[in-house]
Design a protein around this ligand. Structure first.
Ligand code: SF4
Length: 373
């Protein structure tokens, strides 16, 4: 079934490490944007069955619950939304109150994904985040009280001045809240990020690469012990609580991206929407095309991408199923190049399934280059 992604490109402040498609919140611009998004949804309507709606950003929780409700309703008119659809809203802790959370729930949202990033205030300050650790805890508890039984928390590791022990404080903070799902990312600082200047001014450094590996492995060990199951390089969940929407990206599924800069994949065709919020609104209102960079993947590109994304999953690649779907014998084609990784013990292959060990996930990119023809 189709997944629907709705991009909400507004934030109350811009974090110093952020490289997403977002801008500062302005109430009037947001209203014009939501109107354009409703128009895009009505125009894209084709009645296809869909089972996930994902509000990503930016900071979707800056929308009013009534706006989220209007967007969910518009999707329900445009596509055939499954009764048990997963409807996720990304939320920043400082934006939610009990009343707003109740409103999001009434609007149809049944999964929240909080960008917590750290449970240590000094680290949140270095990242220029607006919330504190206690505000994140309060937001999580308020979400539970509002009836959300499917909540994900994001944490970031390898932050400036963060030691392995500091990282584990955040991991323990996350475990203590008992979320249903968690995403653990390594902070990547892009070349012109303002955080780089802040690091130079503050003489902050990041831990050596070996410590980053230790953060990843020790954090996941603790999370295992708390009863979560890793299902993707950066994602863990309680049984049955994997992100159904994100799994579409990793299993060669189909999704439609709505809003500025959103990417879509249907069949073998990929495209993206205009990135600029103003250009997007003006094109929608003027009845012009908003999609650019249409590209039909060649069968080879599709195989490569399916291999890349399947290897991200803990379940790995089911070689027989892959052969049936793409007519490619993965081991026959790549086996000799992959054998050294099997010999090192970072890639497991038993004749049926090929998957990375956790240590292998640390060098996933190296393994994936084998699939590029
Ligand atoms: S809240 Fe998220 S999207 Fe917005 S600036 Fe910060 S990291 Fe970027």
């Amino acid at each position: 079934m189709l997944g629907l992604y709705l991009h909400i490109p507004f934030c109350a402040a811009i974090c110093n490490y952020c490289n997403f498609n977002r801008g500062l919140f302005e109430a009037a611009l947001k209203e014009r944007y939501v109107a354009a998004l409703l128009t895009e949804i009505a125009r894209a309507a084709d009645g296809t069955p869909a089972d996930t709606i994902y509000f990503g950003g930016g900071t979707p929780s800056l929308l009013e619950p009534s706006e989220v409700g209007a967007l969910v309703d518009a999707c329900a008119r445009a596509w055939k939304i499954a009764p048990d659809a997963e409807i996720t809203l990304e939320a920043n802790p400082e934006t939610v109150t009990p009343a707003r959370l109740a409103g999001f729930r009434t609007a149809g949202v049944n999964r929240l994904s909080f960008g917590v990033q750290s449970f240590r205030d000094e680290e949140l300050g270095r990242l220029s985040r607006l919330h504190s650790a206690s505000r994140a805890i309060e937001a999580f508890r308020a979400a539970r009280a509002a009836g959300f039984d499917n909540i994900s928390l994001d944490l970031m590791m390898w932050l400036p001045q963060q030691s392995v022990a500091d990282w584990l404080v955040s991991v323990d903070g996350l475990i203590a809240l008992e979320p249903d799902h968690a995403s653990l990312y390594l902070l990547e600082i892009y070349p012109n990020a303002p955080l780089r200047d802040a690091m130079a001014r503050g003489r902050w450094s990041v831990a050596p690469d070996d410590d980053a590996a230790e953060m990843y492995l020790s954090g996941l060990d603790r999370i295992d012990s708390a009863g979560y199951v890793q299902y993707e390089i950066s994602n863990v969940a309680r049984p049955g609580r994997q992100s159904r929407h994100n799994l579409k990206y990793w299993t060669d599924g189909e999704w439609l991206g709505l809003g500025c800069g959103a990417h879509s994949t249907r069949g073998r065709v990929r495209w993206r929407n205009l990135s600029s919020t103003e250009e997007y609104i003006s094109a929608v209102n003027g009845g012009r095309s908003i999609s650019v960079d249409h590209r039909t993947l060649s069968p080879e590109e599709r195989v490569e991408e399916a291999l890349f994304t399947a290897l991200r999953l803990s379940a790995g690649i089911d070689v027989e199923a892959f052969k049936n779907r793409y007519e490619v014998d993965v081991w026959g084609r790549f086996g000799s190049a992959l054998q050294p990784f099997v010999d090192q013990g970072v890639l497991l292959y038993d004749g049926c399934t090929m998957r990375l060990t956790r240590a292998g996930m640390l060098i996933a990119h190296e393994v994936m280059t084998i699939f590029i023809q």
